[in-house]
Design a protein around this ligand. Structure first.
Ligand code: NAD
Length: 340
């Protein structure tokens, strides 16, 4: 059995503990939160019995000597949690974003390598059936090579808590999902970004609730992102609404319903080529899905059997680099190269 200590018993810890309950080969050995009562209440809720509970990660790691740390803390605390985990010889599965700055992300990846431990990130939207199907469909060439990809995200939540105190909140906390999904869907190697952030007059956020970004994704592919966490009415899906244009057709997904695609018949009708619908194949049995559960299962399988989890820190840092590049562009007003 893989022994795990989970740190950060706020709202997302419930999803993690449910995933852990359904993941074969892992037991929760301890729960940690700065607010000890949160850890106690999660332990009761999940019937975890006599496990270690504490407000200080180091001492719970000393006491339980686990194999892995599940990190569900706020982004600002992630660096210290990662170093504590690796110092204690633990593998680390961490919530997104994998770090709050480029320096912290690089330091965490380097520390994981030095400690020779697995380090993976819960980039759970990769583990959505539609996202997997889009990637397979594009790889099949059914609408030709992708030339542009577009995501729209308009949601107006009132979370309270750390999010309303953070700078660049949309880019760091939410757009990381969308950017990672875009990079995955078109197998992109992002080159540069231009980004503009703004704060609507009615904003209840500290900074950066709204942003537009345009990326050069390599191989001639352009990615545009339009997003706001301060946009009441006609709420988009949390997965964003997508349009992907290929050399011979397009695919659209509103983030809720079915995937739809059309391609040219190459038969001219007035100004336009006639188009025909193309079926997007169902999920392939080899596609890994299941959101948090899927990510956790792959991580625990890698810890037990070897191999590399898909959302390993060394790859995920490329999605974080898109976010950090967008932030730098918004701050400087310049096009910024994407560097890891
Ligand atoms: N993958 C997703 O879909 C998804 C969705 C929501 C949130 N998240 C991420 O999950 C993380 C947590 O979000 P949340 O909504 O649960 O936040 P939250 O504020 O509800 O919970 C965070 C908890 O961490 C605790 N904490 C902070 N620093 C700590 C430290 N040094 N040691 C111990 N405990 C500490 C806080 O006391 C709090 O209880 C964030 O990184 C967020 O971006 C991911």
């Amino acid at each position: 059995m893989v022994q795990a200590v989970l740190v950060g018993c706020g709202s997302m810890s419930k999803v993690w503990l449910e995933a852990a309950r359904q993941t074969e080969g892992v037991t929760i050995a301890g729960l940690v939160d700065l607010d000890r009562s949160r850890a106690e209440s999660r332990a009761r809720e999940f019937g975890l019995g006599d496990i270690a509970i504490g407000a200080d990660l180091e001492s719970v790691l000393e006491e339980t000597k686990p194999d892995v740390v599940f990190d569900v803390v706020v982004p600002a605390a992630r660096h210290d949690v990662a170093f504590a985990a690796f110092d204690h010889g633990c593998h680390l599965l961490t919530e997104k974003p994998m770090a709050d700055t480029r320096e912290h992300a690089k330091a965490i990846v380097a520390a994981g390598r030095r400690a020779n431990r697995h380090h993976a990130v819960v980039q759970n939207r990769r583990y959505l059936a539609e996202v997997r199907r889009i990637r397979r469909f594009l790889d099949s060439g059914a609408i030709g090579a992708p030339t542009s990809i577009h995501a729209d995200f308009f949601v107006a939540p009132h979370f309270g808590g750390f999010r309303e105190e953070m700078d660049h909140i949309l880019l760091l906390d939410m757009a990381i999902h969308t950017f990672d999904a875009a990079r995955y869907m078109v197998d992109g190697e992002p080159v540069s970004v231009v980004c503009h952030e703004w704060e609507p007059k009615n904003s209840w956020w500290r900074q950066g609730s709204s942003a537009m970004a345009m990326f050069d994704m390599g191989r001639g592919i352009v990615f545009t992102y339009r997003g706001s966490w301060c946009a009441d009415g006609f709420r988009s899906s949390w997965e964003s609404g997508w349009r992907i244009v290929g050399e011979q057709g397009s695919l659209v997904w509103d983030g809720f319903g079915e995937l739809r695609a059309e391609r040219t018949t190459k038969v001219r009708d007035g100004l336009f080529d006639k188009v025909e619908p193309v079926t997007v194949p169902p999920l392939d049995p080899n596609d890994r899905v299941g959101g948090h559960l899927g990510v956790m299962q792959d991580f625990i399988a890698a810890v037990r059997n070897g191999g590399e989890p898909e959302t390993t820190g060394t790859d995920n840092i490329k999605s974080l680099a898109m976010v950090l590049g967008a932030i730098e562009s918004a701050e400087t007003g310049r096009r910024v190269p994407i560097t890891v």
